[in-house]
Design a protein around this ligand. Structure first.
Ligand SMILES: Nc1ncnc2c1ncn2[C@@H]1O[C@H](COP(=O)(O)OP(=O)(O)OP(=O)(O)O)[C@@H](O)[C@H]1O
Length: 320
């Protein structure tokens, strides 16, 4: 088991109070597994990704544990996490392409990162070159400035840098969304290749684009308003979703080969609740066609079949 997350709660401190963006999420990811993380904008996907690697104000650790290969990470301590970043857990953050320092040549920037980790650039250069070749970047990119690279090239570069020290867990946050469709596909395939070659053991791929997850993820977890909604092997989640929110999310997606004129896309009526003061119990209940009095209480997480978990009262027998 590469990654175990237990009841993780991380809020944003604001002048109006705490925004409860990640409110008690529990899951595990096995060795070799790519888990997709999906849900509407604002449901807490990036908060979860950032909490594991880059937790800093205004984020506030409230409770919960994050364990990688049996070691609990001190995610609440930004400095101590330096020991784990790149080696144990690494991220390709949202907007990574723009975050590269424009005044440094890429090779120099990598050398500085490695030095800070106590590693020697020259010693790692052959492996770095091998990996650049794998993602179809010429060695001369090391002598270039980030501005000289296209969007897709920068994204591949960041993927190589963040996995060079073979971390157990990689978090890829919306890494394909700013790219054209064929580049998106190539980057998604590279993620799978990195896992197959064991540059990383397991991955969380955060995206709005469920079709990318359908291509590459072994399992998908859906979040809603800072809470866990459902997790299942990819084909089960797409074909037999059980949580009413997942059902609506999946049915709002266009099907491959279906023209818009032939099928109306069903949006999800209503909006997610504000996380400054979220409602008690199930946070989806105001938009849920199956809402019931019980839904004012926190729904339990039920394993409906092996590897398929749902957080919904509908899954509990009516005599419960
Ligand atoms: N710096 C911040 N201060 C206060 N609230 C924040 C901050 N950043 C995010 N939030 C809130 O936390 C919640 C979760 O945001 P988050 O960015 O994790 O969602 P997301 O699912 O990744 O969305 P997206 O898909 O749009 O990136 C939202 O309600 C958002 O408004």
């Amino acid at each position: 088991m590469s990654l175990q997350i237990e009841n993780l709660r991380v809020y944003y401190q604001t002048l109006r109070g705490d925004v409860k963006a990640l409110d008690g999420v529990t899951f595990t990811i096995g060795d070799g597994e790519i888990m997709g993380l999906a849900g509407e904008s604002g449901c807490g996907k990036s908060t979860l990704g950032n909490s594991l690697v880059l937790l800093k104000p205004p984020m506030r650790y409230v409770e919960g544990s994050v364990t990688v290969d049996g070691d609990e990470l001190p995610i609440w301590d930004f400095e101590r996490m330096n020991e784990y970043r790149y080696r144990t857990i690494s991220t390709v953050p949202q907007y990574a392409m723009n975050a590269m320092n424009p005044t440094r040549k890429i090779g120099r920037m990598i050398a500085e990162i490695l030095e800070a980790k106590g590693e020697n650039f020259e010693a790692l250069l052959p492996e770095l070159t091998r990996r650049l070749e794998l993602v179809e970047l010429p060695e001369k990119v090391l002598d270039m400035y980030p501005i000289e690279l296209s969007g897709g090239m920068k994204q591949r570069m960041v993927m190589v840098i963040s996995t060079l020290l073979n971390p157990s867990v990689l978090i890829a946050d919306e890494i394909t969304s700013a790219l054209d469709v064929s580049t998106q596909k190539a980057i998604a395939e590279m993620l799978v290749e990195f896992r197959n070659r064991e540059f990383v053991k397991s991955m969380i791929v955060i995206t709005h684009d469920v079709s990318i997850l359908y291509q590459i993820a072994d399992s998908i977890m859906v979040m809603y308003a800072g809470k866990f909604a459902e997790r299942a092997p990819t084909s089960t989640l797409i074909r037999e979703p059980r949580h009413p929110y997942t059902q609506m999310l999946i049915s709002s997606l266009p099907e491959i080969g279906v023209k818009f004129g032939e099928k109306r896309l069903k949006g999800i009526p209503g909006k997610p609740p504000l996380l400054l003061d979220p409602p008690r119990g199930c946070r989806f209940r105001d938009r849920c066609p199956f809402a019931h009095e019980r839904c004012v209480e926190e729904p339990p997480v039920i394993e409906v079949e092996k590897g398929h978990w749902v957080s919904c009262w509908k899954e509990v027998g009516s005599d419960a």
